[in-house]
Design a protein around this ligand. Structure first.
Ligand SMILES: [Zn+2]
Length: 244
């Protein structure tokens, strides 16, 4: 027993400590085995225990817009929608955001926040050769697939400010009634899928609310851009989802 402890115990004032002192060497020996500091436990290992672990959920990384188009588009409320696609609870859903036209995958809804306002097919007495998306305050319009701008001009008699993209494989997409173009884009530019082309508006001959008229056509475009209107119109919603 250490001298200091011996001296301490011999002092009658400390006699109460004697019973504890006799156990002290045993306690010290046991502690040498069991009281050593456990190895540091990593935080991730504690999750395996049954007790609830409060942790901050890992934030989901926001995927860039170009690869994250909407898969679900609501039908516009209080609007008469011609040729409306099949919906679930008023929402048009697809597992994949694209449709395949002659080897080109095109976004079904190349827009930001918007609702579906008109489908492809007969609308009244005329044939609607595209799909319309509406948002009352206008919203972004994106390129549906990689391509080249082959037209970017103003047609007051119908499409207003519009853009035609050439995607190769004789596939073209057009975006009409735009309120504005993205700054600095011009005819001849190459664009990526999801690149912003402008904002939806109501330019040209339209009595409808702000909307994007979006259409896809297939065929051979001649030297004159007006030959675009002779190309075959495609009902995008009826196309397979993805080119294999
Ligand atoms: Zn339209």
């Amino acid at each position: 027993m250490p001298k200091q402890l011996n001296f301490f115990l011999k002092d009658p004032r400390h006699s109460f400590a004697l019973p504890f002192a006799s156990f002290l060497p045993i306690a010290l020996a046991l502690c040498a085995i069991s009281c050593s500091s456990p190895p540091p436990v990593k935080k991730t290992q504690t999750r395996a225990t049954s007790s609830p672990v409060r942790s901050t959920p890992t934030p989901v990384k926001e995927i860039p817009r170009k690869s994250s188009p909407p898969l679900a588009v609501p039908m516009c409320p209080k609007m008469k929608i011609s040729n409306r696609p099949a919906t679930t609870n008023g929402i048009f859903k697809r597992a994949i955001s694209t449709a395949c036209v002659n080897g080109v995958n095109l976004l079904i809804a190349p827009v930001g926040n918007a609702c579906f306002s008109s489908g492809f097919g007969m609308r009244g007495r005329s044939f609607h050769k595209g799909i319309d998306y509406h948002h009352r305050s206008g919203t972004a319009v994106y390129a549906a697939a990689p391509g080249k701008i082959v037209a970017l001009n103003y047609r007051p008699m119908d499409f207003g400010k519009w853009i035609i993209l050439d995607h190769g494989n004789s596939v073209y997409s057009a975006y009409a009634h735009l309120a504005s173009y993205t700054k600095n884009i011009k005819k001849g530019d190459r664009v990526a899928r999801g690149q912003k082309l402008g904002t939806m508006g109501k330019t040209g001959a339209t009595t409808r609310a702000i909307h994007l008229h979006y259409e896809v056509r297939q065929g051979k475009l001649g030297a004159n851009i007006s030959s675009y209107f002779k190309l075959k119109s495609i009902d995008l919603i009826k196309q397979p989802s993805y080119c294999r």
